[in-house]
Design a protein around this ligand. Structure first.
Ligand code: FAD
Ligand code: SIN
Length: 539
């Protein structure tokens, strides 16, 4: 399915307008934008290949989707460590089933077969996974997986351990220079080739020039009002790549996680699916289990099915949430296996060993993104993308739980290798400029952002119709055209512009896909699911 370029205010705004001779700039062989699993792996791999790497990250290593990951990382390990009878073929089968026919099967086989090698790399970098009583790696089960194949760390703090180990490895590496607090504004292109990025740090605009650039900026959950994602997940990389002319794909597929803690005014803390994997069950306001009525895998059905089951129960009851009952798992087990969740719930006076948890779905993971191959190469020369910002075809219409850390790890490593091979000192670059007018001083960025996120939740959320999507597009166009059109001078304004762009991309692709599939539910569903893999948006 082809979705034509967004018209009007969405037209790619190339960042020309930058006279390098008068500005500070840095040079490296390889530029990596993003400090999560994908960016760290790309940087380490490129530096191990002897390249000089510059890594930019707007947030701290503790503030990324990677660091917040709970459940774990899915992989079929070498035969002596894997669960008996588990195979890569079974992992492939589960991934294809979750992706509802829209995965790229060649990519799925290729990436999942690389799982054991990639996990071994992670362990070599010092990442420690939990072990069972016999000292073997402990494997958990999550929704949609036919076997226990999820490695986890410190119970439910897998991402924190991965981020710690990789951040330390990056810090130790003499070939990598990390610039924290660096906000990448736009990719720099010359003659259609990406030659680096413009970034902002401490009130200064700086060009980072490189022979190869790896985009690893993560997801865009913050575009929706209800989300599990940290504040950095504003879709900057997706918007930047689109503006620079890269094709993006499958952007209508935002995965809504079924269970986030629902306390008015509180952060939407993820309640990991692994809790259901260990036996916790969803209940409605009559105290009855409802998932067996929606799917044979009941509480462990694929996420889109569980999310729709919850929405249906919420609609029937009129309450804003359903319940997750883990009380039968016992205090000792819950404290040991889910320490992060137990501690976070305690702040609200909730004890999962005694109380049912109020839960509700939230925007969680973006299955679509910048179109890449299985090595992370985008449609733009000089640019690779890896991790949540990218769309390799692994996830199709719905990601299988815990496949994303694995994808970020594998494609991050591969993109690092490819960028190292292609990188090298940037050639002579001449960039000329049109400087846009500054944004009006009286624009209340936070107020407009709240409106954007509410609109995305209401009209481009879990359930969609053509009418609502078209209304959403009109509002987003209006805001982009009249209020957020001009140049901002700070990250908050640039993030707002990026969120408007991502919102418009998602709404446009969702309008074009008229049939329900995977995470994309059209209550006015019409026609058949387009069997072609990608819904492409070409700028
Ligand atoms: P991130 O880890 O999000 O890193 C993005 C980096 O880019 C950050 O350093 C950020 O500061 C930087 N950045 C962004 N924009 C800019 C910019 N403009 N300029 C400079 N830097 C920028 N997946 C699993 O497989 N298993 C799980 O158990 C799991 N649990 C999850 C739990 C939660 C609460 C969440 C939110 C996600 C979870 N996921 C899980 C999904 C998974 O964590 C992410 O998909 C994955 O970590 C993404 O990694 P990444 O490297 O692509 O991006
Ligand atoms: C979870 O722990 O439920 C999240 C896992 C994931 O998003 O893959």
């Amino acid at each position: 399915m082809q979705v034509h370029a967004l018209p009007g205010p969405w037209a790619p705004r190339h960042l020309v307008g930058f006279d390098l001779r008068r500005r500070p700039h840095l040079e490296a062989d390889v530029l990596v934008i993003g400090g999560g699993v994908a960016g760290f792996c790309a940087a380490l791999e490129a530096a191990d290949a002897g390249r000089e790497v510059l890594l930019l990250a707007k947030g701290s290593p503790e503030e990324s989707n990677t660091a917040w990951a709970q459940g774990g990382i899915a992989a079929v390990l070498d035969p002596h460590e894997a669960q008996p009878n588990d195979t890569v073929d079974l992992h492939v089968r589960d991934t294809l089933a979750a992706g509802v026919g829209l995965c790229d099967e060649v990519v799925v086989r290729d990436l999942l077969a690389d799982g054991a090698r990639a996990i071994a790399c992670l362990r070599r970098q010092g990442c420690n996974f939990d072990l069972d009583d016999q000292g073997a790696v402990a494997l958990a089960r999550e929704g949609g997986h036919a076997a226990r194949r999820i490695l986890h760390a410190q119970g439910d703090a897998t991402g924190r351990e991965i981020a710690r180990a990789l951040a330390q490895a990056v810090e130790r590496h003499p070939g990598i220079t990390t610039i924290p607090g660096a906000f990448a504004i736009d990719l720099l292109t010359e003659g259609g080739r990406v030659v680096g990025a413009l970034y902002h740090r401490r009130d200064e605009l700086i060009a980072a020039l490189a022979g190869a650039t790896v985009l690893a900026t993560g997801g865009c959950g913050r575009v929706w009002r209800e989300t599990t994602n940290p504040v950095v997940a504003t879709g900057d990389g997706l918007a930047m790549a689109y503006r620079a002319g890269a094709a993006v794909a499958d952007v209508e597929f935002m995965q809504f996680h079924p269970t986030t803690l629902y306390i008015a005014g509180g952060a939407r803390l993820l309640i990991t699916e692994a809790m259901r994997g260990e036996g916790a069950v969803l209940k409605n306001h009559q105290g009855e289990r409802f998932m067996p009525g929606y799917h044979p895998q009941a509480d462990l059905a694929p996420r889109d099915v569980v999310t729709r089951g919850i929405i249906s129960e919420i609609r029937k009851s009129g309450f804003p949430h359903v319940w997750l009952d883990a009380t039968h798992l016992g205090a000792e087990f819950l404290h040991h296996r889910f320490p992060t969740i137990v501690q976070a719930c305690a702040r609200f006076g909730i004890d999962p060993a005694k109380d049912w948890l109020p839960v509700h779905p939230s925007a969680h993971y973006h299955c679509g993104g910048v179109l890449t191959d299985a090595q992370g190469a985008t449609t733009l020369p000089g640019l690779w993308a890896a991790g949540e910002v990218a769309c390799t075809g692994l996830h199709g219409a719905n990601r299988l739980a815990s496949n994303s850390l694995l994808e970020g790890l594998i494609v991050g490593l591969r993109a690092g290798t490819a960028a190292a091979a292609a990188g090298g000192a940037p050639g002579r670059i001449r960039i000329s400029a049109d400087r846009p007018d500054p944004a009006p001083e009286d624009l209340d960025v936070q107020d407009l952002l709240r409106s954007v996120r509410s609109l995305m939740w209401r009209q481009v959320g879990i359930e969609r119709t053509a009418n609502e999507l078209a209304m959403a597009r009109r509002s987003l166009d209006f805001w982009a055209q009249h209020q957020a059109r001009d140049a901002f001078r700070s990250p908050a304004g640039w993030e707002l512009q990026n969120q408007l762009t991502v919102g418009a991309l998602v709404a446009t692709a969702a309008l074009a896909r008229t049939a329900s599939v995977g995470t994309h539910t059209r209550t006015d569903s019409a026609g058949a699911v387009d069997p072609r893999h990608f819904s492409l948006v070409k700028p």
